[in-house]
Design a binder for this molecule. Structure first.
Ligand code: P5A
Length: 440
């Protein structure tokens, strides 16, 4: 990708309205643009990051046995009347009327709609367990949208919904998502801690929030320090083994961890003082088991092995990919800008031509770009007629993991400069060696 033909609206000054680093940096790096309160366009650089986050989430959902679908954003109020949530949901729900004066709404979540899909097609216990998910925009008319995409009104959610014959089977489905979430956040380079949480308008009596500790987080949380050292479940975890998954979940819930709503001073007080962590955190995921809350009023049942009808036991499982983009920046930045982890970086390499129009640097850059692309790397080629200082600042701000710097002086000695954004380490190497180090 040539920067001269890209849309990368860098801001020199930190925008005043942005209170936290991720919001400031997303605006400064031209990732997002505010369109209304709590509503953002994703510009090219931001969209690349969002897509990378989605890809990791999707891989782990699929690994855990969930099946992808796509449901609409606009829903009919009638479905929500069936569950009783149309009246219960309150002002966070954006209510709309169509031209026939029918009540519609912009979905804040999809429990009702997915239950409708389920009841239309699934009739037998033989078709269970089933877990359907989608990655779709949601709207919640938040009282206080803030911190950019961290708490916005329109936001992206991965929401999965599980269906099982009974509570025991539903527990296995819950555990699958629990483990998939641990893996997802770890692959994104984040240490997440599952914490006992309130279930709010989604409902049910078992619920965990996945929290990433961060001083700017909106949630007040309390947990045992040992969680910070726990290992992530391996990629070859057997998701079909109910006992195996239960053992992982038991370990990850064995110590104290709760959000402020569920905080139990006495239980926390029993943790040795040196082991207590009282901190702020970002809720990046939230999972729920709510039994037959939706299946009973909406008539979602299957014929069991006993020949009788059984209302299915359900759970739902959410991750906020757009919030994660911000959370990742909170965890990965310095004074100069963003420092993307490899897994979600918008590009793998920023190629900086320090003298555009010079035949030798132009040719060397063209060769390097071709070589990197052939090796499957995404390259942002800074071919603008700009001062080197501006190019360095842009590359540091947008936080691409590798910077490959091609200037006439070094090139005359057959060398280019390779910089690793995360460490600041720079080496002068031949172009071939640079390619080898990046792709090796
Ligand atoms: C679970 C999936 C639910 O809605 N129904 C379907 C359940 N859960 S939740 O906790 O309310 O939301 C799931 C995740 O979505 C992200 N999120 C947000 N992201 C940005 N801005 C918001 N206003 C916002 N609200 C929720 C969070 O990551 C949350 O864990």
């Amino acid at each position: 990708m040539r920067l001269s033909r890209y849309l990368l609206p860098i801001l020199r000054e930190a925008p005043r309205e942005a209170e936290i680093a991720s919001h400031r940096l997303m605006l400064r790096a031209g990732m997002i643009r505010q369109q209304a309160a709590g509503s953002y366009s994703w510009l090219p650089l931001g969209l690349r990051v969002l897509r990378k986050i989605e890809a990791v989430i999707r891989e782990e959902q699929n690994r855990a046995g969930a099946v992808e679908i796509l449901m609409p954003t606009i829903q009919s109020a009638d479905l929500w009347r069936e569950s009783g949530r149309y009246d219960a949901y309150g002002k966070e729900m954006l209510r709309i009327k169509d031209r026939h004066e029918r009540d519609m709404l912009y979905g804040p979540t999809n429990e009702e709609m997915v239950t409708d899909i389920f009841r239309a097609y699934v009739k037998s216990y033989r078709d269970l367990p089933l877990n359907l998910y989608h990655i779709q925009w949601k709207f919640r008319d938040e009282v206080r949208p803030r911190f950019g995409v961290m708490r916005s009104r329109e936001f992206l959610m991965k929401d999965a919904y599980s269906f099982d014959i009974d509570k025991e089977a539903a527990r296995h489905s819950y555990n699958r998502m629990f483990v998939a979430y641990l893996r997802t956040f770890a692959r994104l380079g984040l240490k997440s801690i599952p914490m006992r949480a309130e279930s709010g308008p989604i409902g049910g009596d078992m619920s965990h929030e996945f929290i990433v500790l961060a001083p700017t987080g909106e949630s007040e949380v309390f947990c045992h320090r040992d969680y910070l050292g726990f290992d992530t479940p391996a990629a070859d975890t057997d998701f079909d083994s109910a006992d195996g998954l239960q053992a992982i979940v038991d370990r990850w819930t064995s110590l104290y961890a709760a959000t402020s709503e569920m905080h139990d001073e006495a239980a926390y007080g029993a943790v040795a003082e040196a082991e207590r962590v009282s901190a702020r955190g970002i809720e990046v995921g939230h999972i729920f088991y709510f039994g037959t809350k939706y299946s009973a009023p909406m008539g979602a049942s299957v014929t069991g092995p006993d020949g009788k009808e059984h209302e299915v036991h359900m759970g739902s499982y959410g991750i906020g990919p757009s919030r994660l983009a911000a959370a990742l920046i909170e965890a990965n930045h310095d004074e100069a800008g963003i420092v993307w982890p490899d897994a979600v970086a918008p590009f793998d390499v920023a190629l900086l031509n320090l003298r555009v129009g010079d035949a030798a640097t132009d040719a060397a850059c063209a060769d390097l770009e071709a070589g990197l692309r052939a090796a499957g790397r995404d390259v942002l080629y800074d071919d603008r007629d700009e001062r080197p200082g501006a190019k360095f600042a842009t590359a540091d701000l947008i936080g691409v993991p590798w910077q490959l710097i091609v200037g006439p002086k070094s090139l005359a000695d057959g060398k280019v400069e390779l910089k690793r954004r995360a460490t600041g380490e720079r080496v002068l190497v031949t172009p071939a060696d640079a390619l080898h180090r990046i792709t090796g």
